[in-house]
Design a protein around this ligand. Structure first.
Ligand code: HEC
Length: 179
């Protein structure tokens, strides 16, 4: 019996049941799609908020961002953003995304979206976020005094300053149910 069963099991393992591998292009596509409404929503809220000046636009980042992330999430998808230099500690990178974030930070040549297996049921997706000229208003080295005062008040440990346009700021991430 063992003579038949053992080769059969080896064949199954080789052919189809290697759950340690993922279809990267499929999950990259799914991840990009998942974060898109969050990205668009944030940009829209920011641009609309800035019409009333940067101090009032803080609310766009502070109040709208968690709502937009929740709206873009569902039972099978969760999305968010994270950074190595945080303004809000609630946006700290989770353990699975830390190595990817560090890779983006240390290697400017390696800033393509990436996927990773988090556990048997979940695939993680990250894509880099870069600073645009608009972002420097609130994340640059020189901030308007009233804006600086408000940010100091709301985020006493703020690390997310001193950026210039083009800098890597962090990542958009998605946790996708694996099928
Ligand atoms: C009006 C000021 C303002 C502008 C403009 C702005 N941000 Fe922010 N940003 C904030 C605030 C406030 C937070 C903290 C939000 C929170 O409490 O979750 C934040 C948080 C973030 C975070 C999450 C990580 C962290 O440090 O908490 C990222 C990533 C980020 N901003 C990127 C950007 C990018 C990219 C742009 C330009 C497209 C931008 N920001 C423009 C004020 C701003």
């Amino acid at each position: 019996m063992a003579r038949i069963v053992v080769p059969f099991l080896v064949l199954v393992a080789v052919l189809g049941c290697d759950r340690s591998k993922i279809n990267e292009s499929k999950y990259k596509e799914a991840g990009a799609e998942a974060v898109l409404p969050f990205k668009k929503g944030l940009k829209g809220a920011l641009v609309a908020g800035l019409e009333d000046g940067p101090v009032s636009a803080i609310a766009a980042c502070r109040v709208e961002a968690p709502k937009l992330a929740a709206n873009a999430s569902s039972e099978s998808v969760r999305v968010g953003r994270a950074s190595g230099k945080l303004r809000n500690p609630a946006n700290a990178p989770k353990p699975w995304m830390k190595p990817l974030l560090e890779r983006y930070e240390t290697d400017p040549e390696d800033r393509e979206p990436a996927v990773v297996l988090i556990d048997e049921h979940t695939v993680g997706y990250v894509e880099p976020i870069f600073m645009q000229p608009l972002c420097v208003t609130c994340h640059g080295a020189e901030l308007a005094p009233d804006l600086e005062a408000k940010l100091d008040e709301l985020y006493p440990g703020d690390q997310a300053r001193g950026y210039v346009a083009g800098d890597l700021r962090g990542v958009f991430w998605a946790e996708l149910a694996r099928d």
